[in-house]
Ligand binder design. Sequence first.
Ligand SMILES: Nc1ncnc2c1ncn2[C@@H]1O[C@H](COP(=O)(O)OP(=O)(O)O)[C@@H](O)[C@H]1O
Ligand SMILES: [Mg+2]
Length: 299
Amino acid sequence: MDQAENLRKLVQQNNSQIARPVARVITVTSGKGGVGKSSLAVNLAIDFARLGKKVIIFDADFGLANIEIMLGIRPPYNLADLMFRGKNLEDIIVEGPEGIGFISGGSGIQELTMLSREQIIYLTQKLFQLDKLADLIIIDTGAGIADSVLEFVAASSEVLLVVTPEPTSITDAYALLKTLNRKSEFSIKNSKIRVVANRIAQPSEGPELFEKLSIVSEKFLDIPLEYLGSIPQDPNSSKSILQQQPISVLFPNSPSAKAITGLAEKICNIDTGTVAEKKGMAQLFSNLIKSRHRKKTQR
Ligand SMILES: Nc1ncnc2c1ncn2[C@@H]1O[C@H](COP(=O)(O)OP(=O)(O)O)[C@@H](O)[C@H]1O
Ligand SMILES: [Mg+2]
């Protein structure tokens, strides 16, 4: 039995033992950088917390410490410390506004292929604990068609794809979907992709952007997309980043904060029964590790 097989068994065993449903995991991504992924992730998390949910944000954007800056907190440890240096979940989860939890992936995500069997088992057990701690886990990814981003998207059952009215935003989102579609581990049956139009100038712009993207996505890639909603262009957004506090804390009545609250409510009202396949963080990481192993053995 290889490592991936072992891991699958472990996940199956644990899944059958879980009485309470595992955390719902939502991955935020985009084709292009700087479209508002991290802002959306952070403010959604705060809204979910206000709706009474236990929320954890997982920062999987290896390059930039975006969320750390937005929340004005620096976690002393990250996922790699849990994987390799014996840290526990409580050591790597820091508390943010409204009691949201924040975990930094650090170099842990890149190092997933370097885990020994014992380390995989340890990580999986910790992720099962995490699944029990949270109702919702929001994963913030980097932008674009980098393998590390697409792997996360392919392994996720719920994806938020952020686009803006900038000319290249739609073509970059399309490029991401196209590359995603070529990945053997991606199946639209297992992933629901919902589009969020950010920084729009007028209400009609959101549905227009969505139409453009969803027509080509369905026609050429056979990937159906759903429209979640839009967020207006809002000058308070950059102010809140400068002050290192989320907009829903600093300016909860600003147009973009209100729009994000509406999106959070919409997400909470979605019946997740149909996307149960890959739910939970342990399952997601199991998918990730499996696809990395497959790649390694193919080389
Ligand atoms: N609705 C909005 N209105 C105005 N500016 C926004 C909005 N959403 C995001 N921004 C700005 O865009 C920049 C990039 O946002 P960020 O969340 O870091 O994007 P990403 O994570 O996709 O790189 C930030 O300066 C942020 O203030
Ligand atoms: Mg970001």
